[in-house]
Design a protein around this ligand. Structure first.
Ligand code: NDP
Length: 299
């Protein structure tokens, strides 16, 4: 069996294509393009590259993206106050605000994320948005989790009644994804197991997965013997590994052997990554639209 390739790039293009005219219509309604403000701290190459691709994607659909570059030496208090000022539109209208992670170790990331007003929190990391998702009334859903669910829905993968195993329990990927897949309705209704670094016999759990999602950050952790034949495998991991004198990106799944037994598998790169960006664009559009609706109601 050769697995169906879950092509995130193609789906992200389709999402952008559908979003662009909606953004254009909203821009003419509010008299300016929707605007995303990205806060980038320090000079971590990977973060700078993610921010660059988010800004480029925003531009493609007609959303303005402005990047605030803050030196690595910033303190939690300074960063919180910058984010609060952006949230008060002191640096121009900010429909969506995103703080690129990871932040330097000396910064309290939770305090900074909670400084983003929940109604502009297009990454969905604020405690209010996390709480709403856990109660089954989501507002802004974390982009990677939303991207994985969209990928499954688009590929026609039935989640209802299936056993989904997620390896990884971070606040930004594993946890929200578990909530989404266990939620009621399309793309949900799965029985979800969440694994982490203290899971005993990881292989025994992953072998039971109808849908296996790896969000760990360990290159090729998931090998073919851990996968049930016919499973759908989604690889969230992004790991840079050395390959001779150059480096390349790999996921958490040992792609080639696993693709001979899985029914469908997402590649890295070109899988979940582009969908994460596409979900950010959708969230930014929604934030701008909600804000416009609110201002009309107030008039
Ligand atoms: P975190 O480091 O926050 O979380 C990793 C999770 O993996 C933790 O829950 C950890 O367990 C678990 N884990 C670590 N080692 C093992 C192990 N040996 N067996 C089972 N579980 C283990 O990572 P993120 O969630 O932020 O990211 C995960 C991966 O996804 C990374 O490669 C990251 O680059 C990528 N990523 C990709 C995105 C995309 O757009 N495609 C977006 C965001 C992330 P414990 O909780 O016990 O420590």
């Amino acid at each position: 069996m050769t697995a169906q390739r879950l092509d995130g790039r193609k789906l992200a293009k389709k999402i952008e294509h559908e979003l662009a005219p909606k953004v254009a219509a909203l821009a003419s309604e509010i008299g300016r393009p929707p605007r995303l403000v990205v806060v980038l701290v320090g000079d971590v190459a990977a973060s700078a590259s993610y921010v660059k691709s988010k800004a480029a994607a925003a531009k493609r659909v007609g959303i303005t993206a402005d990047v605030f570059s803050i030196p690595e030496s910033t303190t939690t208090a300074e960063l919180v106050s910058t984010v609060e000022a952006i949230g008060r539109d002191e640096h121009g209208p900010a429909d969506g605000i995103l703080v690129q992670l990871p932040l330097p170790d000396h910064v309290d990331a939770r305090a900074v994320l909670d400084a983003v007003p929940p109604d502009r929190d297009v990454d969905g990391f604020h405690a209010v948005n996390a709480g709403l998702l856990s109660q089954g009334r989501p507002h802004f859903i974390p982009c990677t989790a939303a991207g994985v669910q969209r990928m499954l829905l688009d590929a026609g993968v039935e989640t209802r009644g299936k056993h989904a195993v997620i390896v990884g329990r971070s606040d930004i990927v594993g946890k929200p994804l578990a909530l989404l897949l266990a939620s009621r309705g399309p793309g949900g209704d799965a029985t979800v197991s969440v694994c982490h670094s203290h899971t005993s016999n990881l292989k025994e759990v992953t072998q039971q997965a109808d849908i296996l999602i790896a969000a760990v950050g360990i290159p090729q952790l998931i090998t073919a013997d851990m996968v049930k034949p016919g499973a759908v495998v989604v690889d969230v991991g992004i790991n840079r590994v050395l390959d001779g004198d150059t480096s390349r990106l790999v996921g958490d799944v040992d792609y080639d052997p696993v693709s001979t037994i899985a029914e469908a598998i997402s590649p890295v790169p070109g899988g979940v990554g582009p969908l994460t960006v596409a979900m950010l664009l959708e969230n930014t559009f929604s934030a701008a639209k909600e804000r416009q609706n609110l201002s009309q109601t107030a008039e």
